[in-house]
Write a protein that binds this ligand. Structure first.
Ligand SMILES: Nc1ncnc2c1ncn2[C@@H]1O[C@H](COP(=O)(O)OP(=O)(O)OP(=O)(O)O)[C@@H](O)[C@H]1O
Length: 259
């Protein structure tokens, strides 16, 4: 049997604060993510969502259990992962194209014409074909986040990790970006783990939603999203959409499950 793309196996993360206090960010987290699946992780502030992402990315090591990618334990950052953070973290001294090709420059010290062409394709994919030579400060917040998505796709990662990528955007741009992301994902299928505080965003985007408890973050429940794809504005008025969102709202505001 092929292993899942990502597996969390009895994962736990305890941090030590500067004062020496132990903070349990994650506790006994176990679930799998399959190939090209879109999984949203939803939970209250401080329940360990970003910690989960940093563990998959190999940026920190778990204090208990393991994260596996294709059956191999994650011990360091890997190329098959692209990450999009809440803020686009672009470099103002490069133009848009320079930012998209930056992972190549960083990894190999140079960027070839082939990669520049690939970056232009990605800019077209995120609807920024005409902005390749613009300065970063000439772009709106939503456009900057699209540049960050194109940059995350440059090395053609199998896995895309997204940490509240649209939360700094206004509501309209946020909806627009959600549909944009779905379009990109159907064009270039990836295994996606998408972290969010937003129930509607999770329901609109995901195949499955992992609902976490407040800290220490445990998996409260994992829900299938039975909404058909492609999703559209009509999805937002589908009764299933509202029933699921209501269920999650109830789940998030109920008392945590007993340990
Ligand atoms: N390096 C660290 N040292 C000490 N505590 C940490 C560290 N990193 C995270 N924490 C703590 O672990 C808990 C989980 O943090 P994390 O950022 O993963 O939560 P989150 O669910 O992503 O929160 P938010 O939704 O507010 O971004 C928090 O209580 C946080 O203060």
């Amino acid at each position: 049997m092929t292993p899942p793309v990502i597996r969390f196996d009895d994962l736990g993360q305890v941090f030590r604060t500067e004062a020496g206090r132990a903070v349990t960010a994650l506790d006994r987290v176990s679930f799998d993510i399959g190939r090209h699946e879109f999984v949203a992780v939803l939970g209250p502030s401080g329940c360990g969502k970003s910690t989960l992402l940093r563990l998959i990315a190999g940026l920190i090591a778990p204090t208990r259990g393991a994260v596996e990618i294709y059956g191999m334990r994650v011990t360091e950052p890997r190329d098959e992962i692209g990450i999009v953070f809440q803020r686009p973290t672009l470099l103002p001294w490069f133009d848009v194209l320079g930012n998209v090709t930056f992972p190549m420059r960083h990894k190999y010290g140079r960027v070839t014409e082939v990669e520049r062409a690939r970056a232009r394709d990605l800019l077209a994919l995120v609807d920024l074909a005409d902005f390749a030579d613009k300065r970063i400060d000439e772009l709106s917040g939503g456009m900057q986040q699209r540049v960050a998505i194109a940059r995350a796709l440059l090395l053609d990662p199998d896995i895309l990790l997204m940490d509240e990528p649209f939360s700094a955007l206004d509501a309209l741009t946020r909806d627009e970006m959600s549909f944009e992301l779905l379009r990109i994902w159907s064009d270039r299928p990836k295994t996606v783990l998408f972290i969010t505080h937003s129930i509607p965003e999770a329901v609109l985007l995901a195949d499955r939603i992992v609902v976490m408890t407040p800290r220490p973050g445990r998996v409260r429940e994992i829900l299938d999203v039975p909404l058909p794809r492609p999703r559209s504005m009509a999805t937002l008025t589908d009764p299933t959409f509202h029933a699921l969102a209501d269920h999650i709202r109830g789940s998030l505001f109920s008392r945590p499950a007993a340990a």
